[in-house]
Design a protein around this ligand. Structure first.
Ligand code: NAP
Length: 479
């Protein structure tokens, strides 16, 4: 696999000067492909192509835009296996999870294709007989999209599909670790016959390309998924042109096990939300709060399950936990575990990286459960983004709500209980954009996805996603 080109105005072209960078597998650290080293000049040309394509695309009936998207969806499902393999090669997640990601990514395309047809304006009753008030919803224009490595395909379709369905044109900058999945998706866009310039791809230097998105007045909207730190840089930069921006940022999800929970289901749920993608999911549980009455019983069930997880290369049969994405991620997880142990946490299983235990050359970390954790530990108060589950004891509902909400993040929260009254009380008081009640996998393409507080602004998913790419225009007339 060698893909050293960007996609601009419907053509695959090298970056100026022909520069490329290597893409390496986090499992083997071997090269799996190349991507073009684009910068602001390439981004500018992509933005020009998107701006030139915008009037015709915006004027294309929503039904016809939807047909292009459905064609893309069909191609994605037809090529599911090679697309999934590329995700595993460059990102590391087990092949089974990569297949699920492609199916999930394709669902955003289907949903957006259907929802695009339902973007409708309004007429508002006037206060005088000779006036009329119309509300039009129109595509905002060129969109600059910046995506992360943890879901290299789904984070692209979650942005591009609703943007195109709404009538916008896009320029995408994917993460440097995972450009190959983006390139393969764009090859399908080309094959589907998407008109030139409607979707463009520029791989390369993040800050200069991001700056071009912010400073170029032809870009009317920025949509970003990634860290809160970079989200803040973009939000500041967007202020200069009062550019519309949506941010899907980090999280620090609480997972609460009440005393009346079904402990087996809660333990299964924590394994799913915490260890999927080696814990590198923005909505993954970061810390588990367990009621003191069921703490020991829950801990035993959880540790038993975590011990069955199999760490290894995502391409190998039976692997359930792949590597962390890179050295920095590995170091952060090690630092969080070290800090917790120094402060008195008990390692119940795992607790170290696997390179020293002989697991290949990748950034593998053993799935870890830390007992007797406290809110003073980084592993509880910060986003760890790794396969580590710290368990914190709590006494009552009031205390756990205070602990769960005591964070600057507000993306996802989970709780397990069989008490209906508690379900209502707790779901209403958790300061989070996504709540899983006895449900470890709440994110679906048709529902709003996004965070409170420093976890972001705006929503992706369902009809909410399209609204982020539309301007509202009021037309008043005297008749
Ligand atoms: P990141 O470092 O913020 O990178 C995300 C994207 O931003 C990448 O494409 C990156 O490019 C680019 N970037 C980095 N610096 C930039 C700059 N100065 N200007 C413009 N773009 C810049 O985040 P990450 O480590 O890849 O992703 C993990 C984070 O994403 C976690 O915090 C996770 O919670 C969050 N996340 C949130 C959601 C959500 O929906 N809320 C979903 C997935 C992930 P390079 O790769 O080239 O550096």
């Amino acid at each position: 696999m060698q893909y050293g080109e960007i996609y601009v105005g419907g053509r695959w072209v090298p970056a100026d000067g022909g520069g490329t960078f290597e893409v390496c597998s986090p499992s083997t650290r071997e090269r799996v492909g190349r991507a073009a080293a684009g910068g602001p000049a390439e981004a500018r040309r992509a933005i020009d192509a998107a701006a030139d394509a915008f009037p015709a695309w915006a004027a294309t009936p929503a039904r016809d835009r939807g047909l292009f998207l459905l064609k893309i969806r069909d191609l994605m499902l037809e090529r599911l296996e090679p697309l999934a393999r590329t995700i595993t090669l460059e990102q590391g997640k087990p092949l089974k999870e990569a297949r699920a990601e492609i199916a999930y990514a394709a669902e955003f395309v289907t949903w957006s294709a259907e929802e695009g047809k339902r973007v409708a304006g309004e007429t508002i009753p006037a206060s005088t007989p000779n006036k009329r008030h119309l509300v039009l919803k129109q595509p905002i224009g060129v969109v600059g999209a910046i995506t992360p490595w943890n879901f290299p395909s789904a984070m692209i379709t979650r942005k591009v599909a609703p943007a195109l369905a709404a009538g916008c044109t896009v320029v995408v900058k994917p993460a440097e670790q995972t450009p190959l999945s983006a390139i393969e998706l764009f090859r399908l866009f080309h094959e589907a016959g998407l008109p030139a310039g409607v979707a463009n791809l520029v791989t390369g230097e993040p800050a200069p390309i991001g700056r071009e998105f912010l400073e170029n007045p032809r870009v009317r909207k920025i949509t970003f998924t990634g860290s809160t730190e970079v989200g803040k840089i973009l939000m500041r930069g967007a202020a200069d042109q009062v550019k519309k921006i949506s941010l899907e940022l980090g999280g620090c999800a609480p997972f609460i096990v009440f005393e009346d929970a079904d402990l087996d289901k809660a333990a299964d749920g924590l394994v799913i939300t915490k260890f999927r993608n080696a814990g590198q999911t923005c909505i993954c549980a970061n810390r588990a709060f367990v009621h003191e009455k069921v703490y020991d019983a829950f801990q035993e069930r959880l540790v038993g399950r975590v011990r069955t997880l199999k760490v290894g290369d995502g391409l190998a049969e039976g692997t359930t936990i792949g590597p962390l994405i890179d050295r920095a991620a590995f170091d952060k997880v090690s630092e969080h575990v070290g800090d917790a142990v120094r402060q008195g946490a008990r390692v119940l299983c795992g607790g170290r990286g696997t390179p020293e235990s002989g697991q290949g050359r990748g950034y593998f970390y053993e799935p870890t459960v830390l007992g007797e954790s406290t809110p003073a530990m980084k592993v509880v108060s910060e986003e760890t983004f790794g396969p580590v589950a710290p368990l914190v004891r709590f006494r009552d509902e009031e205390e756990v709500l205070r602990l769960a909400n005591d964070t600057t993040y507000g993306l996802a929260a989970y709780f397990y209980t069989r008490d209906v009254g508690r379900v209502v009380r707790v779901m209403e008081r958790l300061e989070y954009g996504i709540i899983g009640v006895n449900d470890p996998a709440p994110a679906v393409p048709q529902a709003p996805f996004g965070g409170f507080k420093e976890s972001g602004i705006g929503r992706e998913g369902g009809k909410y996603a399209l609204e982020e790419f539309l301007e509202i225009k009021h037309v008043a007339m005297i008749v």
